[in-house]
Design a protein around this ligand. Structure first.
Ligand code: ARG
Length: 459
């Protein structure tokens, strides 16, 4: 088959070149978008009297048949036909001859490929937005179930202050919410029709770009035909959004890995998401979490890959741009898998409340509360900090913990300490006191959960 349109050369191309140039092995997944775009284009050509109505109808009918052929697996793909656009058009001409050959009037593969990618991404963004919401719902469930579960909060991975487990997990809820918004913002820039830009300079046919845009549900048309076919910003932007959310999922995975280790023992992942070892019978490895963390690297790489591909391309279309597909498809698949699995892991993990509480025993994570105790008695915070710092050092030296100190010992650091200091150093008291907006007190976390429930209603 002569693969190039009108190159004049009928000679069979070197196979290595053919394999090097083809994109059908990966862009066939765009077929339904290619057909959707072609149908809109044909309807526009007929409406603008560039082709006859009857011709338009025949083309649409044949395109729908081709869609069925591809869906059923009967369609024969041939790498020498390069890409999905050529495959569908050749098949159309095979089926209905010269009428089919009119489809490509006032259109180029350059606007067609951008169109297909936009239609594809629109659907994928909608799907991803739903998966984000699902994961947020799983987080809300865990938070509600653990509204009273106490755990150490960390900075530098050292015990900092006690917090509620529900407060910890709600942090991820809000990260994901920014991600959701970012994808929806990107959607607005994806949702623009490049169709009618033709190869680069527009067309001399009296087409109606707004009409095809309307048929395809786009909010507007690209202003410049040159920009329309040169632009891959919308894909890069999506890859950047995906990198950010994968970073969030990777941090969650990292914490689940840590928390499920023997040293922490705060949670236990369901067997469905862990694997055994080929040699150590006791092992329960958190491979799904590790792979979410690991694949995040690949998603960042995909962003870098397309940024680099695009960085010195002259206007307008260059074949380099075919290299947008593999990183995009890979990112979409990785992200969707990571989102679904993260939700499933949260839905099925077991929480060890006792272990979390016990890990706070004998630590000094109530030291800030002691300093605040003095502040409330009029001591400037910096001074109170010094006093408590000395108190902690002295207590460690005595091999004691805060709960083991007598009132006399407290008073030896500041006479302002009174009987009620024993209440102040209680973990639950400290948590309940942090009622500030966004803080870890149960009533504050309940507000976060209520806010979260409103947010997940937004589609
Ligand atoms: N397979 C090409 C791609 O994915 C389609 C556009 C081809 N245009 C062209 N002028 N060769 O980018």
């Amino acid at each position: 088959m002569n693969k190039s349109w009108g190159s004049g050369s009928a000679k069979k191309r070197n196979q290595l070149v053919e394999e090097f140039l083809e994109s059908i092995s990966f862009d066939k997944r765009l077929y339904k978008y290619d057909i959707q775009g072609s149908i809109a284009h044909v309807k526009m050509l007929a409406k603008c009297k560039i082709i006859a109505d009857s011709e338009g109808k025949r083309i649409v009918k044949a395109l729908k048949e081709i869609e069925k052929e591809i869906k059923s697996g009967k369609f024969k793909f041939d790498p020498s036909l390069e890409d999905i656009h050529t495959h569908i058009e050749k098949r159309l001409i095979e089926k209905i001859g010269d009428v089919g050959a009119k489809l490509h009037t006032a259109r180029s593969r350059n606007d067609q490929v951008s169109l297909d990618m936009r239609l594809f991404l629109r659907d994928e963004i909608k799907e991803i937005a739903k998966l984000i919401r699902n994961l947020q719902k799983s987080i809300l469930k865990v938070a509600e179930k653990n509204i009273d579960t106490v755990m150490p909060g960390y900075t530098h991975l050292q015990h900092a202050q006690p917090i509620l487990f529900s407060h910890w997990i709600m942090a991820y809820f809000f990260m994901l919410d920014r991600d959701w918004e970012r994808f929806l913002n990107t959607f607005d820039r994806v949702n623009v029709s490049p169709l009618g830009a033709a190869a680069l300079a527009g067309t001399s046919h009296a087409i109606d770009r707004e009409y095809t845009a309307r048929l395809l549900g786009f909010s507007k048309v690209t202003p410049s035909s040159m920009d329309a076919v040169s632009d891959r910003d919308f894909i890069i932007e999506f890859l950047a959004d995906a990198s950010l959310i994968m970073m969030h999922l990777s941090r969650l995975s990292e914490e689940l890995i840590l928390f499920s280790s023997k040293e922490f023992g705060f949670i236990e992942l369901s067997d469905d998401f862990t694997t055994g070892s080929s040699i150590m019978p006791q092992k329960k490895n958190p491979d799904v979490c590790e792979l979410i963390r690991g694949k995040t690297g690949r998603v960042y790489g995909n962003l870098m890959s397309l940024l680099t591909t695009m960085k010195s391309l002259p206007l307008a279309y260059n074949r380099d741009m075919q290299e947008d597909k593999v990183p995009l498809f890979d990112t979409v698949d990785t992200l969707k898998g990571s989102l679904s699995l993260s939700a499933q892991m949260l839905d099925t993990m077991k929480i060890n409340k006792k272990k979390m509480l016990a890990s706070l025993e004998g630590d000094f994570s109530m030291a800030t509360d002691l300093a605040d105790y003095l502040v409330k008695k009029g001591v400037p915070f910096r001074k109170a900090h010094q006093v408590v710092s000395k108190l902690v050092k002295g207590t460690v030296k005595k091999k004691k913990d805060l709960a083991g100190l007598t009132l006399k010992e407290f008073k030896s650091y500041s006479t302002l300490f009174g009987r009620n200091v024993f209440d102040t150093i209680k973990v639950k008291v400290g948590i309940a006191a942090r009622k500030s907006s966004g803080g870890t007190a149960k009533e504050s976390v309940k507000r976060l959960i209520a806010q979260g429930k409103e947010i997940v209603k937004k589609k």
